[in-house]
Ligand binder design. Structure first.
Ligand code: PLP
Length: 442
């Protein structure tokens, strides 16, 4: 056996318990990535793979970009770690300022975490503690939405709305309810951009207010555009209405921008593209262009101020050993430098029409029941096989990989979100590959 065959064979007994993966299936027929640059990965045997999903919705600047690599290398040699509990290091303050500078007006305070899941749980805790700081401790309820994905920690799982991610793990956090989701193929199939129908679904929040009493509700959390559940674009005026109802009842609105942040929708943050402002929002992924794990919660000035009015001492008993880790901050500054120098936080806007046309050109291919897009996000929903939902989506992922394109899938929805440096020819290649795969897929 050669070295490569040896390695592949040994994977069947590998110690690595892979996340969100069928371990037995994968280890029998692994798909390995060994190197990356720009828009591409390479397998260990040197096959080039075009990255149509920015790794996992995170490599927004493209792979191994020199400014980011150098920043990480420099920082690792200069100072590997320093605490941010009762101590500080300049680069964490510098990165927070840089983030505040691109955030919407008045969002000037940044709480660092290490992942999207931690950002979500931190945001939920900040929301609860904020009401308590203002003298409304009775606001304990949190509202999520069906088909929402907010990571895998207990808070995020509980407000999340994906059955398979919840059902193994008991009742979750108490005091949580869910809005109905907005996905409606019957009325909105093949919409380009925001679908026309569904603004009235925001009224579901009024239903929950009536049911629970709005004075018990601390916050509503939604993704501006749910990504992991299959790219569900918000109907026209839906988020506006959600915002109005939250404001009317004194409920905080949290946007989970872990995917929509950092240029995915053609502006630095999704709220800026959609024209609807939350009260606080979460980020991760594109924050370091996927290079070093990091996340954050960004809050409006007055929310931070509410914490600063209490007695002297620690204002928020919350944080992580690695909050504001020097390596992650260096990576984040390198990513922001790259985004800003290359106009990447706005680039999706100029490519959006081209992207939309290339994606929607697959209408009519076998099994395609919906296509949707917004910014540089897109999805193709396939009809499920009888008795085997999800298997068609998985097979499409495998076949695309064999044909040299990396995509994502959720059940039978194929999802696309390339690095923001993607060129038109690469967009063509992505969808021509998908077309051929769909034509061959029974
Ligand atoms: C909207 C959203 N929130 C939270 C998360 C969780 O992020 P992480 O996997 O970094 O914990 C994700 C991950 O895909 C996400 O899409």
């Amino acid at each position: 056996m050669n070295k490569r065959a040896d390695f592949t064979a040994s994977l069947e007994q590998s110690a690595f318990w892979m996340p969100f993966t069928s371990n037995r299936q994968f280890k029998k027929a692994p798909r390995l990535l060994a190197r990356a640059e720009g828009m591409y990965y390479w397998t260990p045997e040197g096959r080039q793979i075009l990255d149509a999903c920015a790794g996992l919705w995170c490599v927004n600047a493209g792979h191994c970009r020199p400014k980011i690599v150098q920043a990480i290398q420099r920082q690792a040699a200069q100072m590997d770690f320093a605490p941010t509990f009762q101590m500080g290091h300049p680069i964490a303050f510098e990165f927070a300022e840089r983030l505040a500078a691109i955030a919407p007006e008045r969002f000037k305070r940044v709480f660092f975490t290490n992942s999207g899941s931690e950002s979500v749980d931190s945001a939920l805790k900040i929301a609860l503690a904020y009401h308590r700081a203002r003298g409304e401790p009775g606001r304990f309820r949190l509202i999520g939405r069906e088909r929402g994905y907010h990571g895998v920690n207990f808070g995020g799982m509980s407000v999340g709305g994906l059955g398979p991610n919840r059902k193994l793990f008991g009742p979750g956090v108490a005091g949580i309810d869910h809005l109905r989701h907005t996905h409606d193929i019957a009325r909105n199939a093949f919409s380009r951009g925001q679908p026309a129908h569904g603004a009235e679904l925001a009224e579901d929040l009024e239903r929950l207010c009536t049911l629970h009493d709005p004075s018990t509700i601390a916050a509503v959390i939604v993704e501006p555009v749910p990504g992991s559940a299959g790219v569900l674009i918000p109907p026209v005026k839906y988020l506006e209405r959600l915002r109005e109802i939250c404001t009317k009842h004194g409920i905080l609105l949290i946007f989970d921008e872990v995917i929509t942040g950092f240029g995915r929708l053609g502006k630095p943050f999704g709220s800026q593209r959609l024209g609807v402002m939350p009260d606080l929002f979460t980020i991760a992924k594109g924050m370091t262009s996927g290079t070093v794990p990091m996340g954050a919660v960004i809050v409006r000035e007055d929310i931070y101020d509410a914490f600063m009015k209490g007695p002297d001492g620690i204002e928020l008993f919350h944080g992580y050993t690695y909050s504001g880790h020097p390596l992650a901050c260096a990576a984040g500054i390198g990513a922001l430098d790259t985004y800003e120098e290359e106009g990447l936080l706005e680039r999706a806007a100029s490519l959006e029409k081209y992207w939309e046309n290339a994606l929607h050109a697959l209408k009519g291919e076998r099994n395609v029941i919906d296509i949707r897009n917004y910014g540089l996000m897109g999805a193709i929903e396939l009809g499920p096989r009888a008795g085997a939902p999800g298997s068609r989506g998985y097979d499409a992922l495998v076949k695309c990989f064999e044909a040299g394109v990396l995509i994502r899938y959720t059940a039978d929805t194929l999802a696309f979100s390339p690095p923001l440096i993607v060129e038109k020819a690469q967009i063509e290649r992505i969808f021509e590959t998908v077309r051929k795969v769909l034509q061959a897929l029974e």
